[in-house]
Design a protein around this ligand. Sequence first.
Ligand code: 6CS
Length: 341
Amino acid sequence: MTLRRTRTIAAVAAGALLIGAAGSANAATWRYAFEEAMDEVQGKFAQKFKEEVEANSDHEIQLFPFGTLGESADIMEQAQAGILQFVDQSPGFTGALIPEAQVFFVPYLLPQDQGTLNAFFRNSKAIHEMFPELYAEQGLELLTMFPEGEVCMTTQKPVHSPADLEDVKFRVMTNPLLVESYKAFGATPTPLPWGEVYGALQTGIIQGQENPGFFLESTKMYEVTEVVTCIGHNNFTTAVMANKDFFDGLSEEEQTMINNAIDSAFSYILDYQKDLQEEALKKIKEAKPSMEVNILSDDERKPFMETADEVEAAFVKMTGDSGKKILDQMKADLKAAGQAQ
Ligand code: 6CS
C-alpha cells in the first residue's frame, strides 16, 4: 500500500470517527419517571414513548417506575428541578400545585362512554390550549393527558348509598377537592400518598380507597378490602409533562419528534385499555371469589350524583375565575365530544 493511499484511508477513518463523535455528542439520556409499575397503564405509555423516541432519534429514555425515585410529589419536584426530563403525575396530586387541575374530581363530569371520553381527551381545548399555560407557570411543558379507566371504591363493607360510607375513613389522593367530594359522599376523607395505602388498609387506619379497575387488581387491593363498588363517578386522569427549560432548549425538530412520540403513545394507550376494566374486575373475582363486586344501579347512584353541584361549587370557590373558565370550557368540550359520537 502506498503512503498516499494509507493517508487517504486514515483521513476517511478520522472523518468517520468525527461524524460518529458528533452524532453521539448530541445523543442524550433522558430520564422519565411515573407513578405506576412498568406493566401498569402509565408504564405501558412510558414504554411506548421510549420506543418511539429511540426509534426516531439518537436519544435514550431511562424509565423510573413507582418507588424507584420516591412518591408522586417527589418525582414532580425532581422534574421541576430538571433532574428528570419527563414526569407522569396525575391531577390527583398536581391539584396541590395547580388548583385548576382538580376539575377532574368534580363527580360525574367525565362521561362513562368510552368513545365520548376518548374524543374529549383527544380534542379538548381545555386540555390542549388552557392547561398548558397553567403548567408552564410551574416550569412544566404539558405534553398530554389521558384516561386510565373508571374509578371504583374498595371498602370493607358494601356501599349502596352515602349512608354506608358514614364513619368510613376513606383514602383519597392529596387534593382538597377530592376531600370535598368524599365528604359529600358521606365518608371521612383521608389524603395519603400511594405508598401508604396498602399498609393503612391492612392495619385498619383507613377502611376504603378508590382507583381504576386495573390498579385495584395489579396492586392487590382485594387482599386488604372485601367489596368493590362502582358508581360511575369518575375516570382516572393522568398527565405527562417535560421540564419546560429542557423542552424549550430543544430544536424544533426534536420537539416535533417528542410530540409525535406522545401522539403515538396516546393512541396506543387508548387502544390498550379497550377491555381492561372488565378484565380486571373478572381477575379480581378469580383471585378472590369472596370479593363482592357491585355495580350500582341508576337509582342507587342518584344520591351520589346529586352531590355534583355542591362539589362543583367548591371547585369554583377554590379556583375563582380561572377555574370557572376551565370548567366551562371542559363542559363545552364534553358536549362537542358527545355530539361527535
Ligand atoms: O391512587 C393513587 O395514588 C395511584 N393511582 C393510580 C391509578 N395511579 C398512580 C397513583 O399514584
